[in-house]
Design a protein around this ligand. Structure first.
Ligand SMILES: *[C@@H]1O[C@H](CO)[C@@H](O)[C@H](O)[C@H]1NC(C)=O
Ligand SMILES: *[C@@H]1O[C@H](CO)[C@@H](O)[C@H](O)[C@H]1NC(C)=O
Ligand SMILES: *[C@@H]1O[C@H](CO)[C@@H](O)[C@H](O)[C@H]1NC(C)=O
Ligand SMILES: *[C@@H]1O[C@H](CO)[C@@H](O)[C@H](O)[C@H]1NC(C)=O
Length: 501
């Protein structure tokens, strides 16, 4: 009996120590290592400089106007039938999303997701948009004029150029040359907001160059010195975005390249050495949960849903298995920013249940983070679901950006918004069901030309309010070419001081 009691006591002590290990440091003050293992081009555009034709990356939305007819190419009925040239202005039906084969060769995807190609599996010359997946007859070369790169010709797989002689018929049967305005094979191409994520950079550099480019980036963008800097300056955790391809290391499907799990291993080693914790954040899933380039999307379509759940759970299982016993692990975030209504609440809960179970197979202590949906969704929609789970966290992202409501706000209005609206929003998700986490925020805003003191006040207000989140907060990001988005820069330049109380 004494022996049994002893065992019980040891077990109780063991659990007390373990759970203490996880809760003592709460709430966390973290920085997101954005643009490290998941590329976000806007955070450092010059990384794309070495890519030839780097405005024609995957997902670039192009519009193509016949100069002779002054009409845009258009997928009739938004796709599934002919390509015509009958439109005076360009919108959805006149927009093609590129899939890059190499610097000059592409597939063009229309609004309803078919690919532009030659009719009869490439036997005919009429240009149509019927193929659901691209093959040789959907592969075109974009030939740009040397000193005017918006002037193009499109070479079809039959070796002929596309031409437009009337607005209802586009054919691939022009064999001539020349760039003059009345040439029926000449078009003007405009490019709308290119995507610049991990898919675009790896496919842009291509299989020969991408592995070295990415390896160099991973080795230099974040090093042990950064963990030392963070821990000395009052941060006690990092949130690390990763993409689904990490689970396929060292040979992920093309164009992704291997090596990101080694980099993540290093982060764990450095975190442990400098007394910090790691929050792993599955930022990009196959199919894309929000259509953004930072989800690893190829062309911006949001397609993640029930059919992708098993693969996504397998990624979580990979991460949980690899890091569950690492003392630096604080939490695993199952998916970043799923977007409503494309991701339905039912699908998300099905995934969260399976993802949570996958983590719990390996650890009962690590927190599981559930990201609220972006878009039109009730911020409280996960609370009753979360109350049936243990050690879970609701993640919300608070930016005074991305909404025209903030367009004309003054410094003081922004600060009041934080103290009033944000504080009250945070209260609604800070309940006994789950811990709360402001997993992304920044001291950048829409105020132009604000003084250093204004930035300091804005940052301080957010630190005060988000300091009430029970799991903590994470600044977006640790490093960024745009100064106010870089917590490192903000600390080094005296805008933010986490050591002053
Ligand atoms: C941005 O990328 C360039 C080119 O890869 C690199 O030299 C530079 O250090 C990077 N800047 C930052 C802030 O990381
Ligand atoms: C691009 O791909 C096409 C089709 O596979 C090939 O014919 C062409 O030579 C390639 N071009 C370059 C620059 O690699
Ligand atoms: C902001 O101000 C500009 C210029 O006065 C105005 O055109 C715009 O509608 C305003 N935006 C909002 C959201 O109020
Ligand atoms: C933090 O929460 C406490 C308790 O709800 C509240 O009294 C306080 O005003 C909050 N602080 C901020 C800055 O929101």
């Amino acid at each position: 009996m004494g022996g049994a009691l002893w065992v019980v006591n040891i077990l109780a002590l063991y659990f007390a120590v373990c759970s203490q290990d996880f809760s003592l440091a709460l709430p966390y003050k973290a920085a997101s290592l954005g643009n490290w293992l998941v590329t976000e081009g806007w955070m450092n555009l010059s990384r794309f400089d070495g890519i030839p034709n780097n405005d024609l990356l995957d997902g670039a939305k192009v519009q193509i106007m016949s100069i002779k007819l002054q009409k845009y190419l258009s997928a009739d009925n938004s796709g599934g039938s002919d390509i015509v040239a009958n439109c005076d202005s360009a919108s959805d039906w006149e927009t093609f999303r590129l899939w890059r084969i190499n610097e000059s060769t592409f597939n063009l995807r229309v609004f309803n997701k078919q690919f532009m190609g030659l009719e009869n599996q490439g036997e005919g010359t009429k240009v149509v948009a019927v193929a659901k997946s691209p093959g040789n007859s959907e592969t075109f070369q974009i030939v740009r004029k040397e000193n005017d790169r918006t002037r193009i010709r499109l070479k079809a797989p039959n070796g002929q150029f596309l031409q437009v002689n009337c607005d209802t018929l586009v054919t691939a049967d022009y064999g001539g040359s020349g760039w003059e305005d009345d040439n029926p094979s000449i078009f003007r191409m405009t490019i709308d907001i290119p995507l610049r994520g991990e898919y675009q950079i790896t496919n842009g550099y291509g299989p020969d160059k991408a592995p070295q480019v990415m390896q160099d980036h991973w080795n230099t963008y974040v090093t042990e010195r950064d963990f030392s800097f963070m821990s000395k300056n009052g941060l006690d955790a990092v949130r690390i975005p990763v993409g689904w391809w990490i689970a396929h290391d060292p040979t992920p499907p093309t164009p992704f390249v291997g090596g990101s799990s080694n980099a993540l291993d290093n982060a764990f080693t450095w975190a442990q050495k400098h007394g910090m914790k790691v929050i792993i954040d599955l930022h990009g899933v196959q199919g894309s949960q929000n259509g953004n380039d930072h989800s690893g999307a190829r062309d911006g379509y949001q397609e993640w849903g029930d059919s992708y759940i098993p693969d996504t759970v397998a990624v979580i299982e990979f991460l949980a298995r690899r890091y569950a016993n690492n003392p630096a692990l604080a939490a695993i975030e199952l998916i970043n920013e799923p977007m409503a209504p494309g991701v339905s609440l039912d699908t998300l809960k099905r995934y969260y249940t399976l993802g949570y179970n996958a983590v719990r197979k390996y650890t009962s202590d690590a927190y599981v983070i559930l990201s609220n949906r972006l878009g039109k969704a009730d911020p409280k929609e996960l609370l009753s679901f979360a109350s049936s789970l243990n050690h879970v966290v609701i993640d919300v992202h608070y930016y005074n950006l991305f909404w025209d409501h903030f367009d004309n706000m003054t410094v003081q209005q922004n600060i009041n918004f934080v103290y009033n609206d944000r504080a009250s929003q945070l209260r609604t998700i800070t309940t006994s069901s789950a811990l709360s986490f402001v997993g992304e925020w920044t001291a950048e805003w829409k105020v132009r030309g604000a003084s250093k003191q204004a930035y300091q006040r804005f940052a301080k207000a957010q630190l005060e309010v988000y300091g009430n989140a029970t799991f903590g907060w994470a600044y977006w990001a640790y490093k960024c070419a745009l100064n106010h988005w870089s917590l490192q820069w903000m600390i080094e330049n005296g805008y933010i001081n986490l050591l002053a109380s």
